[in-house]
Design a protein around this ligand. Structure first.
Ligand SMILES: [Zn+2]
Length: 462
C-alpha cells in the first residue's frame, strides 16, 4: 500500500523532454497527483513529480509498485505550456480581418467596437478562452483583462489555469490624471497571494498611457508586489507617434479630444518607444508585449534591464509588420541576453478563429507560434520550448520549476503523438515538424485507463 493520500501515476512514454535539457527515450515519470482526479475532468494533471528516468530507474521508487500506470509509447511528453500574452476577454470576437492598407487605428476602432460591456458576456468570452487554452495544452497565461474589470481575474481563478491577470489602464493627455488616480486608489484585495492567478497591472501602451500613469503603476506594483506589463514597439504608427508626435495615433487622440500640449512635450523628440520609457523600464521587471522593432541602442539598453518580451509571431504575420518594420528582432533580443517568451495575443489578430458559438473550438496555443518559427526560421526546438515554458514563467514571475520535469511540483504535462519518438534523435523537433498538436494530460486520460484496466490499485484513486 502506498502511504500517500493522493493517487500516484506512473507514465511510461516514448520520450520525455523539457527546456532545462532533460531528454529520456523511452522514459518514465512518477507523479503524486495533487488531488484525486474526476473521470470527466479536463483539468490538467498536476502534482509532485517523484521520479523521472528510464523505466528501470523509476521502478526502484517506493511508490512505483502501487502506481496507476499509463502507457504512451508513441508519444513525447513535455511540460504543459504558458501563453505569455493574450486577451481572453476578446475570444468572443474570433478573427477580425485586417487590411494593412487601413492601418492600425482602423484595427483599434474595430476592437473598441467589439468590446463587451456586461460582466456575464465578458465571463463567457474569457471562459471560452480558457477552453481554447486548455485545448492547446496551455495551463498558464499572461492575460490582459481589459479596463478596470476583475471579471477575467475571477473567471481565471475559477478555472484550471494559473498565471497573471493584468488589469489594463488607458490614460494619456486629458485622461491621464483620472487614470493615474484610479491606479493609485486600487487595492489588490481580489487576488490573494495563495491564488494561482495573480493580479498584474498594465498601462496599455505609450500612445495611450502617459508617463505619469506608467509611474503610478510602478508605485502600486512595488507596494503590492504585482507584475507589470505593457504593449511596446508594436507598430509603425507607434514609432511615428513617439519619434515625431505625428501620424494616425496623434490624429486618433485629437479626435477623442485627448491631445494636450503636455503630450507634445513628452513625445516628438526623435526617441524610440524604449528610449521614451527608458527610466520606467529600467526600474522594474516589465513584461513587454510585441517589441516588433528595436535599434541597436535599444538592445544595449534592454541588455542592462530586467525586462522580458512576449513575442507573438502569428499576430506579427497577421498584421504584415515585417513589410513596415522588418523581421521581428527576437534573435537579436535573445543574443543580447533578453528573456523572450511566446504569446498568442488575442484571437482577433490570429487567422482561423470563429466568433463564439459560430464554429468549432480551436486551440489557442503558443505551440502554433513555435511551429511557425520552426517552419519559417528553422528555429532551435529547445529554444522554442524555453520560450513556451521557463522563459514565459520568468516573464510572468512564476516558478520556472513548475514548467520543467525535475522532481518537485509541476503545473501539468502535455503529450504529443509522433511516429517513432523513441528512435528520433530529436523528438521535440519531430513533434514541432509533425501535424500533431500537444494535448494536456487530464482526468479524462486516467478515466480511459481506469476503464481499460482491472488493476485493483486504481481503487486508490477513489
Ligand atoms: Zn496585446
Amino acid at each position: 500500500m502506498t502511504t500517500s493520500p493522493h493517487p500516484v501515476l506512473w507514465l511510461k512514454a516514448g520520450a520525455i523532454t523539457d527546456a532545462a535539457g532533460l531528454l529520456i527515450q523511452p522514459g518514465s515519470l512518477l507523479i503524486e497527483l495533487a488531488s484525486p482526479m474526476h473521470d470527466e475532468s479536463l483539468a490538467p494533471l498536476h502534482g509532485d513529480l517523484l521520479a523521472v528516468g528510464s523505466h528501470p530507474q523509476v521502478a526502484t521508487h517506493p511508490a512505483a509498485p502501487h502506481a496507476l500506470q499509463l502507457q504512451r509509447p508513441g508519444s513525447l511528453i513535455i511540460p504543459a505550456l504558458i501563453n505569455a500574452h493574450t486577451h481572453l476577454d476578446l475570444t468572443h470576437l474570433g478573427t477580425i480581418e485586417h487590411d494593412p492598407q487601413q492601418g492600425f487605428v482602423a484595427w483599434i476602432n474595430q476592437i473598441r467596437a467589439g468590446r463587451l460591456s456586461t460582466d456575464e458576456l465578458i465571463r463567457q468570452s474569457v471562459q471560452h478562452g480558457v477552453e481554447c487554452s486548455l485545448a492547446g495544452a496551455v495551463v498558464a497565461v499572461g492575460d490582459i483583462a481589459g479596463v478596470g474589470s476583475l471579471v477575467p481575474l475571477k473567471t481565471l481563478q475559477d478555472s484550471p489555469l494559473v498565471g497573471v491577470s493584468f488589469i489594463e489602464y488607458f490614460g494619456i493627455g486629458a485622461a491621464e490624471d483620472g487614470s493615474t488616480a484610479r491606479i493609485a486608489a486600487m487595492t489588490p484585495h481580489a487576488a490573494p497571494p495563495q491564488s494561482g492567478v495573480r493580479l498584474g497591472l498594465q498601462p496599455h501602451a505609450p500612445y495611450s498611457a502617459g508617463p505619469r500613469l506608467y509611474r503610478a503603476a510602478m508605485t502600486q506594483a512595488q507596494r503590492h508586489d504585482l507584475p507589470l506589463a505593457t504593449h511596446l514597439a508594436e507598430t509603425a504608427e507607434e514609432r511615428a507617434f513617439i519619434a515625431d508626435a505625428a501620424g494616425p495615433l496623434r490624429q486618433f487622440l485629437e479626435r477623442l479630444n485627448l491631445w494636450t500640449p503636455q503630450i507634445a512635450n513628452e513625445v516628438g523628440a526623435g526617441k524610440t518607444p524604449i528610449e521614451h520609457l527608458q527610466a520606467e523600464l529600467a526600474a522594474a521587471p516589465w513584461l513587454l508585449a510585441h517589441l516588433n522593432f528595436v535599434t541597436d541602442h535599444d538592445l544595449s539598453l534592454l541588455a542592462e534591464m530586467d525586462c522580458s518580451v512576449a513575442y507573438c509571431p502569428r499576430t506579427h504575420e497577421f498584421f504584415s509588420h515585417e513589410a513596415t518594420l522588418g523581421p521581428h528582432p527576437y534573435r537579436r533580443l535573445i543574443n543580447a541576453g533578453v528573456n523572450v517568451a511566446l504569446g498568442t495575443d488575442s484571437v482577433a489578430g490570429l487567422p482561423g478563429f470563429s466568433a463564439i458559438g459560430k464554429g468549432p473550438l480551436k486551440p489557442l496555443t503558443p505551440w502554433d507560434d513555435a511551429k511557425l518559427l520552426r517552419r519559417r526560421d528553422h528555429a532551435n526546438p529547445l529554444e522554442l520550448l524555453k520560450m513556451m515554458t521557463i522563459n514565459a514563467a520568468r516573464a510572468l514571475r512564476m516558478a520556472e520549476s513548475l514548467f520543467t520535469l525535475q522532481p518537485g511540483p509541476i503545473a501539468g504535462l502535455a503529450t504529443i503523438e509522433i511516429a517513432g519518438p523513441a528512435t528520433s534523435s530529436n523528438p521535440l523537433a519531430a513533434a514541432l515538424d509533425s501535424a500533431s498538436s500537444p494535448q494536456l494530460m487530464s482526468g479524462a486520460d486516467l478515466a480511459k485507463e481506469n476503464s481499460s484496466t482491472t488493476d485493483s490499485h486504481s481503487a486508490e484513486t477513489s
